[in-house]
Design a protein around this ligand. Sequence first.
Ligand code: FES
Length: 344
Amino acid sequence: MTTHKVTLEPVGIEMNVEEGETVLDAAFRQGIALMHGCKEGQCSSCKSKLIDGDIDLLKYSTFALPDHERDENYILLCRTHAFSDLTVELTNFDEELLSRSIPVKDFKGKVAGVKDLTHDIRLLEIDLDEPIKFWAGQYVDISIPSKGVTRPYSMANPPSEGQKLQFIIKKYPDGEFSALLDGELKPGTEITAKGPYGGCFRREGRPGPIVLIGGGSGMSPLWSILHDHIQSGEQRPIRFFYGARTEKDLFYLDEFAGITSKLSDFKFIPALSDNNGGSWNGDTGFVHDVVQRRLREEQLTGPIDAYSCGPPPMIDAVMPVLFGIGVEPDHFYYDKFTQPMKKD
Ligand code: FES
């Protein structure tokens, strides 16, 4: 196996990459957490600049890396194979992510159960053979070896429960993995989990309010972040926005009511985009509009840490709203739930 050296600037980290593995995978293997999202060339989180060396790029989306950026030597580390020693300038890096790196490992486990949360959202529970260390908000790649399918899913449980994992998963009509949730995945079905991945994890020990914004299965990492925060005993104002289409897409309402009564400054604000003449008397409209209206009215004081997880259009809409109310870009953490790339 041919191995090359990769020098990461401006952080001065050196690592090895084997031919046949991507630079991002090599970093994960060596416990170096670089900025990443989808790991398959769609989200641009891992975009960096090649300063020196020979590489080849696997298939990627030109939304993540437009041709004019490729012409200027920008690359996606999750798609990069090295054919010589490389020097790469990280355009995006997060000191906290690097300092809290957890080496990615493979875990074995079994399905413990699947529960209905709504008509199309399920709670998948998995028992691992040994606990995984992760930060609240991170995800693993779950594989069902007997079905040959792998998908990334964020843990819904806090890291204190590292062996019994929960995942809130939205079913899609043509979802290869999610189609297995209704009947095929039975208690005892063998799974493997690889991780942890993701940079949208809870930042600890900070002052100021926390704003959580989710849609669909974006509830999963936010639920983990919320419970990890509660367990930490930190006292910070929290506003939790959840965008759904109709009332039948909402769940955990009793659990949210219980949390609201226990925490001193917590609000759960579900927003329905399609009330359609129903009896709903909560917030209506797209979740980014509701975030804007509510946060403008409330004028929370102190530096806000904002976390958003869910469909890319929701995050793209939420981002300018948050910056407009004064959230610093490096205090906005997000995880775009992209759909898997179609195979050729
Ligand atoms: S494009 Fe590389 S992680 Fe998403």
